[in-house]
Design a protein around this ligand. Structure first.
Ligand code: IMP
Length: 424
């Protein structure tokens, strides 16, 4: 079975753990968009792994992992991640393959990402991860990007880097008053990276096609989330790739007819990192309480995540856009101990009741959530492994989410360890 796994909120839904669970019965795991802005955390036997670029499936012995054409690859970050995993006893070589068509992140991308964020006003700031993601995707679309496969032809690579860097150094000098970057320095570094990365490159689209024909099971591992999608998210407070279901198709080279199921991941509440409107955001005391209990600090940047009540208006849009067949609800244990829980079931906008998520962030910033309140449960549920052992109030909360989203919940997570999971 070929499945796509999608974050149905603003990222950080807990996809790392679900991917780790689902990859147990997959043969190949594929990253198809984003780059090392992602941070997928997996806890195994008291060891914590945070993966930024390599599919989380690498932690399951013997699985093949692919970095598809839609991913933007920072080669330095990739090599670092490979070496860290190998040093911790996770075999990567021989199991990880990278698309030749994937665009590479260069030092000018991350530099421009940072300088741009620092030079604009607070209201314009996106709050990016400063990993160069936006500038790299912009170059891809402007057709001045450099791809992993270009490393294979040193003369062509050198010429192309020279052309691109001339323009980037102009931008750095004229707009950001920066001295610019050294051509020789970048060339030397990328030649070194080439020796380590070229042996991993293959035609990943062809590989996936053949894997399908051989009956292998493929898991497509989404990064970020539906509302960070550049087309369907809360633009401009989004990332620069398609984090919704279509990204898996264009970003891996697989045909949509090969996909069997789409699995959505939500947190039992909502979080977002970075700027942008957030209708169900908690007041500060509750925010601090949940941030602490849920360890809501970014896996990539360490920034505190903003937290809020579950937003069913938002999640319903994710169900529709991605055609979610089933859901995983994560971090239910974090809500234990609250007297009551709220779920946003609609928004009020200028006196009107909105059932659908608005496209404009201007409208969204003026929306007030209409809440349904439910009683909370007081029991610690981190040891629960079966649905029937969950407190009645927790079951009711989940059943209400199921009804609002019209989608079956198949996985409930009650802790970060692999076994702290209820299969419904
Ligand atoms: P960028 O992807 O670094 O350009 O950042 C754009 C926006 O996406 C910012 O609000 C980031 O905080 C957010 N973002 C990017 N990657 C992630 C992620 O993996 N989880 C949550 N938010 C993310």
């Amino acid at each position: 079975m070929n499945r796509i796994l999608i974050g149905a909120q603003w990222g950080d839904e807990g996809k790392g753990k679900v991917i780790d669970l689902l990859s147990a019965d997959s043969d190949v795991i594929v990253r198809y968009q984003g780059g090392n802005n992602a941070g997928h955390t997996v806890r195994l036997e008291n060891r914590k792994f945070v993966l930024h670029l390599i599919p989380s499936g690498i932690l399951q012995r013997g699985k093949v992992c692919i970095i598809g054409n839609g991913v933007v690859v920072d080669p330095n970050a990739l090599i670092d991640e490979i070496e860290t995993l190998e040093a911790r006893g996770v075999r990567v070589y021989g199991r990880l393959f990278v698309s030749e068509q994937a665009h590479m992140i260069f030092p000018y991308h991350s530099l421009i990402d940072s300088l741009r964020e620092e030079s604009i006003s607070k209201s314009e700031m996106i709050g990016t991860t400063k990993r160069g993601i936006g500038p790299c995707y912009a170059d891809k679309m402007s057709r001045v990007g450099i791809r992993v496969g270009d490393l294979r032809y040193p003369d062509y690579f050198k010429e192309r880097l020279g052309q691109v860097l001339r323009e980037k150094n102009d931008v750095l000098k004229k707009i950001y008053n920066h001295a610019g970057l050294s051509f020789e320095g970048i060339l030397k570094d990328y030649r070194r990276y080439a020796r380590k990365i070229l042996p991993l490159t293959i035609d990943t689209g062809l590989y996936l096609h053949e894997a399908c024909r051989k009956g292998k099971d493929i898991l497509f591992e989404g990064a970020q989330g539906t509302f960070l999608d550049v087309d369907h998210g809360t633009y401009p407070f989004v990332t620069s790739s398609n984090a919704t279901v279509g990204g898996a198709i264009t970003g891996s080279g697989i045909s949509p007819t090969m996909i069997d199921r789409v699995v959505g991941v939500v947190k039992a509440y909502t979080t977002r990192v970075g700027e942008g409107p957030f209708p169900t955001e908690f007041p500060s005391r509750l925010m601090m309480q949940i941030q602490k209990k849920g360890e809501e600090f970014g896996a990539t940047t360490g920034r505190p995540r903003r937290c809020g009540w579950f937003d069913a208006v938002l999640a319903r849009k994710a169900v529709r856009l991605n055609g979610l067949d089933e859901m995983a609800v994560m971090k239910l244990d974090v809500l234990s101990g609250l007297k009551e829980l709220k779920i946003a079931v609609a928004y009020r906008f200028r006196g009107q009741l909105l059932k659908n998520f608005p496209h404009s962030i201007y409208a969204l910033s003026q929306c007030k959530p209409v809440y349904q309140t439910m009683p909370g449960w007081q029991e610690d549920i981190t040891h629960v492994r079966r649905w029937k052992h969950l407190p009645e109030k927790a079951k009711k909360y989940l059943k209400r989410l199921e009804a609002l989203l019209e989608t079956e919940i198949k996985i409930v997570s009650v802790g970060s360890e692999r076994n702290q999971t209820i299969h419904v």
